[in-house]
Design a protein around this ligand. Structure first.
Ligand code: TMP
Length: 240
């Protein structure tokens, strides 16, 4: 495969997306930039881009092996990956196993309460509107996804949760919650897209419940870089 970047199409908060010499593929480039609260809080997490690239690609490859279709094609370098070109479904799909973050805030369920069963939430991807939570009726009424797509997304999200929960528990990590995004291929299939990383998941040490994810940045808890390194270390047994 000889995929080369052409022009930059988009710069997001944590990644850049480039067109390539092949119309079927994009190249994503992971940045060290970090934002929170819809971009209000800005910072840098040294080494984050390389870690998120590696962690995401490992997770995507693992999920593919277990039958989840993803956009992952090939890791090009420390920060760059070839992905299939998709049209992103404008929803953030959040799965939760343990109460935390906005779930705790909204519903008054203390952080750390293990949920009786995993939950799913959909948020509209729109920073200006602060990614409002939407339900299935809103999604169908506004045509953000079709009924069939929504069913596929929901089934895939729960399957991904089961696979990831088991994987991280073996590393002594509790998968508290995470956010997924999906994309449509040109032939209309829905596949997993975006990233799976400490930016988009809450990871807690299974014994101490220490936070090993972006919450350390969001909440100014310190040792942010170390948390990302720790995830890398537990997954690959090495430092970046
Ligand atoms: P929340 O508790 O703030 O709603 O976050 C739920 C999960 O989604 C958590 O693992 C962090 C992740 N997330 C993102 O990936 N992007 C976002 O913009 C937000 C708000 C959360």
């Amino acid at each position: 495969m000889n995929i080369q970047k052409t022009e930059q199409l988009y710069e997001g908060k944590a990644k850049k997306v480039f067109a390539t010499n092949d119309p079927a593929y994009y190249i994503v480039s992971y940045k060290d930039d970090a934002t929170a609260f819809d971009g209000l809080k800005k910072g840098t997490i040294a080494g984050k881009g390389a870690i998120n690239n590696r962690v995401t690609n490992y997770m995507m490859a693992m999920l593919e092996k277990k039958g989840i279709p993803t956009h992952f094609v090939e890791e090009l370098s420390e920060r760059e990956t070839v992905v299939r070109k998709v049209q992103i479904v404008p929803l953030e799909v959040i799965i939760r196993n343990i109460a935390a973050g906005s779930f705790s805030k909204r519903f008054g369920v203390p952080e750390g309460v293990v949920l009786k069963r995993p939950t799913i939430e959909f948020c509209l991807k729109d920073d200006d509107l602060h990614d409002p939570m939407v339900n299935e009726y809103h999604i169908l009424a506004c045509e953000w996804a079709t009924e069939e797509e929504l069913k596929t997304i929901t089934d895939m999200a729960f399957r991904i949760n089961a696979i990831m929960k088991e994987f991280f528990l073996k590393l002594n990590i509790e998968l508290v919650d995470f956010k997924l995004e999906f994309g449509r291929t040109p032939d209309g299939k829905v596949i997993l897209a975006d990233e799976i990383s400490p930016d988009t998941c809450r990871f807690w040490d299974a014994k101490t419940h220490e936070k090993l994810d972006k919450d350390r940045f969001r909440r100014d808890l310190g040792h942010v870089e170390e948390a990302y390194q720790e995830i890398l270390h537990r997954m690959f047994g090495e430092k970046a």
